[in-house]
Design a protein around this ligand. Sequence first.
Ligand code: G6P
Length: 608
Amino acid sequence: MCGIVGYVGSRQVAPVLLDGLSKLEYRGYDSAGIAVYGDGKINVAKARGRLKVLSEMTDEGKSVSGVMGIGHTRWATHGEPSDVNSHPHVSSSGRFAVVHNGIIENYIPLKKRLMNKGYEFVSETDTEIIAQLIEYYYKGDLLEALIKVIERVEGSYALGVLCSDYPDRFVAVRKASPLIVGVGEGENFIASDVTAILKYTRNVYYLEDNEIVVLSKDSVDVYNTDKEIVNKEIFKVDWDVSAAEKGGYEHFMMKEIEEQPKAIRDTVSARIKDGKIVLDDISLDEKYIKGINKIFIVACGSAYHVGVVAKYVIEKMCRIPVEAQIASEFRYCDPIVSCNDLVIVISQSGETADTLAALKEAKARGARVLSIVNVVGSAIANASDDVLYTWAGPEIAVATTKAYSTQLAVVYLLAVYMAEKLGLLTVGEYAEMVREIQELPDKVAEILKSKEKIQYLASQFYNCHSIFFIGRNLDYAVSLEGSLKLKEISYIHSEAYAAGELKHGTISLIEEGTLVVALVTGNNLFDKTVSNIKEVKARGAVVMAVRTDTHLHDDDIADHVITIPSTNEMFLPSLSVIPLQLFGYYVASLKGLDIDKPRNLAKSVTVE
Ligand code: G6P
């Protein structure tokens, strides 16, 4: 949600800002704008709609001269998407321009106070207060004024600020919203994430909360709120530039689906040495693991669905009670969490507001927090006791695929690692499981080879109005993700149901021709779910089943059957989810929808 880019250097800045913003489009937005310093003043161009509108308005940036500026894509929260509510926001005198990602929670009393002092506001946003407050506190020292502002505002923010008194430098600061600093040669950048600046530099600083950065062409100085210099370490991003480009694919989503074997391999291989799982990056030793009372898994969206898989896997392997909870519920349910509990937080972006708040809630109650995160240096990673990174690389499509798959892989590694420490696995079982995990990338690649079959099935069903996904245990957990994948990008109503629960309500919705996608990959519950398939078929449903190659002779269980390779039952979600991702993708593609940027959704949800 909301994207920020800032630049100072020798290039004409507006095209650089537009290019950077285009890399942040995936975050979700409904308007865009830039502010550029030129000829002693700040010039602003902003418009509701896609970046294309702003680009046309400024002749792809060429009509705006200047070498320093800030840009923004806005996902509306306070005030409708409109030209006037778009960022940058400018103070009454025009001296300050501000871009903001986050929410200023106390903007109303602050706004009233300034209005009483004669300040006039033009937008409905919470952000405008920042521009006006800086003006109010400014006595010739921008850093000083910004410190006063951040001491008075409550909420979350990543801010970029231009001041017309400073022709060669601008400032930025963040708290609980993402912002990185890109350090180039003779040019420097700020951005919501590295994909926006990767083309120019791989050297970045990750800012801590309330660290303020002053950027000029040749210098980057980071200060704390006492105006003392903070020495930061440069982090070298090793992502390839192509990682953030479509590379010949029509959509990022398909590219990312295809990248899954590599992403899983990258995530797993660094952590398996000589047949042993080595989790050097965390400090969960045998004594600690043996003392765990309960595990909570907290996340949002697809990451929560990984948590549902993890509940089954960890409980089965480690015999420790596990509760998977949606972060926005957990944070407000007065959770019964204590210092003997481990809270596992899962997040691709590492910046989801509800997940971060849930993490803080858990820590405040004394729990240890282990996070599974894709973005290095993100707020969730920084706030955790231990971090296991998923090495998925940048994920651009709003609907997650490769991040989900790498999160699953980390869950398996962790579960097997803990089970071994708990003495619950024989040497043979352990070795076998490690081998099965290592084989997952090849098995995923094998499923991807038969994409055409799923494409054909999608062509048979893309006009459906409602689709049901059913399964038991792990198959149910994957059904949740399959259903979400389909509905978020194809806009077809869909529900995931535990197969055994169907007859307690949902079966009344099954009518002639209703598509039911049934996951029957688990051996133990195969016959049980087949009975449920028969129940829906008897009521007119058309069934598409996903089963493993151990049940090759069971082709008559459904109207259409998709086969996946076998593996240890605990790891099957990594395989059974692949056809469901492909099905969602092809259905949306046949409907001609904007697959990478589905309506109303944002990749990074930085507001609650
Ligand atoms: C959004 C995205 C989902 C994602 C969820 C959690 O809703 O559209 O794909 O699963 O946020 O995001 P996180 O970055 O915390 O994994």
